[in-house]
Design a protein around this ligand. Structure first.
Ligand code: CP
Length: 307
């Protein structure tokens, strides 16, 4: 299959394209288990991670993925760049182009920033999170983790709990899960549900206790504390009372059900520490799978060769 130049969102991906990423990522997971977990596939290629917002998992994960493929990696962070001196995104992009990088992994607070760059750069562009719009590699690594657990995505019952309205992770997961035929539901206070929810085609619930037993996967999202300051829910304590993944709630899940979280977690708010660290939690497995998944993304978009 001929890949698109860029990976901007899961909304635009076909079933075949998603499975191409997931299948290759499963192969790269085997590479990562070797004593020397490196392949020469992207030797001579240069990947830039261009992060205008903070990140722990995504930037490090892409960096490791590129190194495991033998690419050269340059990491950019806004804090130490000339953006601080007023340089625009377009000028930053033009300077990058002049330095001849092959691929750009970009995170930016503005929805559409990755698309903006993709239309102006010859280098391929991977969206590592653009505002509240999409975070496709997070969703793909989540899909990978679900498939490795359950052997399938089709007809899997997936519930996303939390701040759906402001979550690029929720949007990317919803698009990917629906394309692969999962049953997708969301659960949140009404103020954290997006206005365009009908367009997303998911079931909507407000009472977690009434439905928690019915799902194979519960994905908790980070509650951004600034949302409480904006009056979207009354208090962190009340949020935890009604929507927090406590030990008692986790105990009412399906026996084989798993708990996911994209990170960073607010322990004691959307997920209790003993649940995040329990056998039901696959949070660190998501992080581990993320390296293999990002290897697959870089390999496919950089035109990698099996040697
Ligand atoms: N899940 C995620 O995007 O984490 P970071 O913000 O640490 O990259």
């Amino acid at each position: 299959m001929n890949p698109k130049k860029d990976l901007l969102g899961t909304e635009e991906l076909t079933t075949q394209e998603i499975y191409q990423y997931l299948d290759l990522a499963d192969n790269f997971l085997e590479v990562l288990a070797r004593p020397i977990p490196i392949v020469p596939s992207l030797r001579g290629k240069t990947i830039l991670t261009l992060f205008f917002e903070s990140s722990t998992r995504t930037q490090i994960s892409f960096s490791i993925a590129a190194k495991r493929l033998s690419a050269d990696v340059v990491n950019f962070s806004q804090a130490t760049s000339s953006v601080k001196k007023g340089e625009t995104l377009l000028d930053t992009a033009r300077n990058i182009e002049a330095m001849k990088v092959d691929g750009v992994v970009v995170r930016h607070s503005a929805p559409g920033a990755a698309k903006f760059l993709s239309e102006r750069l010859e280098a391929f562009v991977v969206n590592a999170g653009d505002g509240t719009h999409e975070h496709p590699t997070q969703a793909l690594l989540d899909l990978m983790t679900m498939r490795r657990h359950f052997g399938r995505i089709k007809k899997l019952n997936v519930l996303i709990v939390g701040d759906i309205a402001h979550s690029r992770v929720a949007r990317s997961n919803i698009f990917g899960l629906k394309t692969l035929g999962a049953r997708v539901a969301i659960c949140a206070p009404p103020t954290l549900i997006p206005v365009e929810i009908d367009d997303l085609g998911v079931e909507v619930f407000y009472n977690l206790d009434e439905i928690i037993h019915d799902f194979d996967v519960i994905m908790a999202l980070r509650i951004q504390l600034e949302r409480q300051q904006a009056g979207l829910f009354p208090s962190v304590r009340e949020y935890r009372t009604f929507y927090g993944l406590t030990k008692e709630r986790a105990g009412r899940m399906k026996a084989k059900g798993v708990i996911m979280h994209p990170g960073p977690t607010n322990r004691g708010i959307e997920i209790d520490p003993d649940v995040a660290d329990s056998d039901k939690s696959v949070i660190l497995e998501q992080v581990k799978n993320g390296v293999a998944l990002r290897m697959a993304v870089l390999f496919i978009h950089a035109g990698g060769k099996i040697e």
